[in-house]
Design a protein around this ligand. Structure first.
Ligand SMILES: *[C@@H]1O[C@H](CO)[C@@H](O)[C@H](O)[C@H]1NC(C)=O
Length: 479
C-alpha cells in the first residue's frame, strides 16, 4: 500500500517535471521560430533603392567616449545609493548620483551636462583608472560618419567636428576631415553603462542602457557649425547629416537663440535638392525643444529621434500624448508614438498648405521597434529602409554580421493598434512589417530583434538613422 502510494506520487512528480520541461522546450522553440521568420523576411525583402546617396557631409559633434560600468564608477568615487531626482544640469557628485539613479530605475538612456570642469575632471580621472575602461569614437555625428563609412564603403564622406589628437587617430582613414576640424585636446564624454538586472540601491535596471555626462566646450557651443556649412559648399554632398544641437541644452536662452539662428542661415545655404537629416538626442529644456520644433523642423528634410525625444517634443509643444513624458514607463506604445509622428509631420512638415517647409520624413527608433513616417512623393523604398534600420540595430548591439535567432528576442506586444482609432492588428512574423497611410503621409512599422546580451549600446541610434537614409530614395518634389 505504502509502496503504491509513493509510486503514484513519483509518477505525478515525474509528470509535473515532464510537463514543465516540455512547456519550456515548446515555448523556446516557438519564440525562436518567430525570430527566425523575421530574420528570413528581412533578408528576403530588404533591397537597395535604384539610386542611393553617394556623397555625405556629416557634422557637427564629435568627441572621445570613455566607457565604464556606471555602478562601479560611483563606488570608486565613494558615492552610495540615495535619492532619485532628475537634474537638467549636474553641479556636483550628489546630483550625479540622483540623476543616474532616476534614469537607472526607469531604464531610459539620458545625457546630461556638467557645470563644473574641475569636478568633471575628477570623475573622468577616476573613470580612467577603472579596470576594463574603453575608449571609442563619440558624438552622434562622428558615429554616423563612421557607421556610414563601414556599412557603405563606396560612399564619399566628409566629416566636420572637433577632432582632438587621439580621436584623429581613431577616425577611419577613408573619411575626409578638413584641417579646420582639428583641435589641440580631445573632448571627453563619460558613458556610464549598466546591464539589465544590475542593481543600485533598491533599484534594478529594467533594460541595458547608459547614462552620459560631459563637460565639453567645443560641442556645447557647437563651435564647428559655421565651418560645417563652409566645408559643405566645397564638398557638394547629395545628403547632409547633422547632429549636435542637443548639446546646446545647458546654454543660456540668448546663446541658444543665436546659435539656432546661425544654424538656420546655414541650412538655408544648402540647396533644397539636397536633403538634410537632423538627429536629435536627449534634451531637458522644454523651451529649447519648442524652439527647435518651431524654427528648425521646417528647415530640415528629415528628423531622427527616439521615444524620449519624441514624447518630450509632444510635451513641450502641446502635441498628442505629451502627458506620457511624466506618466509612462517602459516600452513606448505603438499607436501613441505614431500619433505624435503624424502630428509632427502635419504641424511642421511640407504640404500644399505649407510649401515652404522642407520636412518630409521622420525616423523614430526605440529599443523594440521603429516607425518611419514620410511624404510619399519625396521618399521611396521606405519599407526596405525601415527594415534595414531595424536589422542593423540587432547586428550592431550584438556586434555580429549575421543575426542568429538564439541571440535576439522580439519584445513588441503581439497585438496592437498602429494609430489611435485603428483596428487591432496581430503580429505576423512572416510579414513583420506594417505600412499605412494617414493624413497624406505614409508610415512603415518594423519590430526590432533586441540583442539579449548587448555588447555596445552607444551609437545605436546613429547606425539606425544612417542605414535608414542609405536605403531610402529621395526625389525632390516638383510643384
Ligand atoms: C503572414 O504573412 C505571410 C507572408 O506574407 C502570409 O502568407 C500569411 O497568410 C500571413 N498570415 C496571416 C495569419 O495573416
Amino acid at each position: 500500500m505504502i509502496k503504491s502510494v509513493s509510486c503514484g506520487a513519483l509518477v505525478i512528480i515525474i509528470a509535473v517535471f515532464y510537463y514543465r520541461w516540455q512547456s519550456t522546450v515548446t515555448t523556446t522553440a516557438n519564440l525562436t521560430l518567430i525570430e527566425k521568420n523575421v530574420i528570413f523576411a528581412w533578408d528576403k525583402h530588404i533591397k537597395f533603392p535604384s539610386s542611393s546617396f553617394q556623397r555625405l557631409s556629416v557634422g557637427v559633434n564629435s568627441n572621445l567616449d570613455i566607457i565604464v560600468d556606471g555602478v562601479k564608477l560611483l563606488k570608486k568615487l565613494g558615492i552610495s545609493p540615495g535619492k532619485q531626482k532628475n537634474h537638467d544640469i549636474i553641479d556636483n557628485l550628489e546630483e550625479l548620483q540622483e540623476t543616474f539613479s532616476y534614469f537607472f530605475d526607469k531604464g531610459s538612456a539620458a545625457e546630461r551636462i556638467f557645470s563644473e570642469p574641475s569636478i568633471y575632471k575628477q570623475i573622468t580621472n577616476a573613470a580612467k583608472t577603472l579596470p576594463g575602461v574603453e575608449y571609442y569614437i563619440g558624438g552622434n555625428a562622428a558615429l554616423m560618419a563612421t557607421k556610414a563609412s563601414v556599412l557603405f564603403p563606396d560612399v564619399e564622406i566628409q566629416f566636420v567636428g572637433p577632432i582632438g589628437p587621439k580621436l584623429a587617430q581613431m577616425m577611419p582613414k577613408s573619411i575626409n576631415i578638413p584641417k579646420n576640424s582639428h583641435i589641440s585636446e580631445d573632448e571627453l564624454h563619460l558613458i556610464m553603462e549598466y546591464k539589465v538586472g544590475q542593481s543600485w540601491g533598491d533599484s534594478t535596471a529594467p533594460v541595458a542602457t547608459r547614462f552620459i555626462t560631459s563637460y565639453d566646450e567645443s560641442n556645447s557651443k557647437v563651435t564647428m557649425l559655421e565651418r560645417y556649412f563652409e566645408d559643405l559648399k566645397d564638398f557638394q554632398p547629395d545628403l547632409a547629416l547633422i547632429s549636435g544641437l542637443h548639446l546646446l541644452d545647458g546654454e543660456t536662452q540668448e546663446f541658444f537663440t543665436k546659435r539656432i539662428d546661425s544654424f538656420i542661415s546655414g541650412l538655408r545655404s544648402i540647396p533644397r535638392t539636397v536633403p538634410v537629416h537632423l538627429e536629435l538626442a536627449s534634451m531637458a529644456n522644454k523651451e529649447f525643444v519648442k524652439n527647435i520644433l518651431n524654427k528648425v523642423l521646417p528647415e530640415i528634410t528629415s528628423l531622427g529621434l527616439n521615444e524620449q525625444e519624441l514624447v518630450f517634443s509632444a510635451y513641450a509643444a502641446g502635441g498628442p500624448h505629451g502627458e506620457d513624458y511624466e506618466n509612462h514607463n517602459g516600452q513606448p506604445i505603438i499607436h501613441r508614438v505614431a500619433d505624435i509622428m503624424s502630428w509632427l509631420l502635419t504641424t511642421y512638415g511640407y504640404s500644399k498648405n505649407n510649401p515652404n517647409s522642407r520636412l518630409t520624413r521622420i525616423h523614430f527608433h526605440s529599443l523594440t521597434y521603429h516607425i518611419a513616417g514620410v511624404h510619399p512623393d519625396v521618399w521611396g523604398n521606405v519599407e526596405s529602409a525601415t527594415m534595414a534600420g531595424a536589422r542593423v540595430a540587432g547586428l550592431q548591439a550584438c556586434d555580429v554580421t549575421q543575426l542568429d535567432p538564439n541571440i535576439i528576442d522580439l519584445h513588441i506586444p503581439l497585438k496592437y493598434n498602429l494609430f489611435s482609432g485603428d483596428i487591432e492588428r496581430s503580429f505576423n512574423s512572416s510579414h513583420p512589417l506594417h505600412r499605412w497611410k494617414l493624413n497624406g503621409h505614409e508610415f512603415v512599422f518594423s519590430p526590432v530583434l533586441v540583442c539579449k546580451k548587448p555588447l555596445k549600446t552607444v551609437g545605436l541610434g546613429d547606425a539606425i538613422s544612417a542605414t535608414g537614409l542609405m536605403y531610402s530614395k529621395f526625389t525632390f518634389p516638383v510643384s
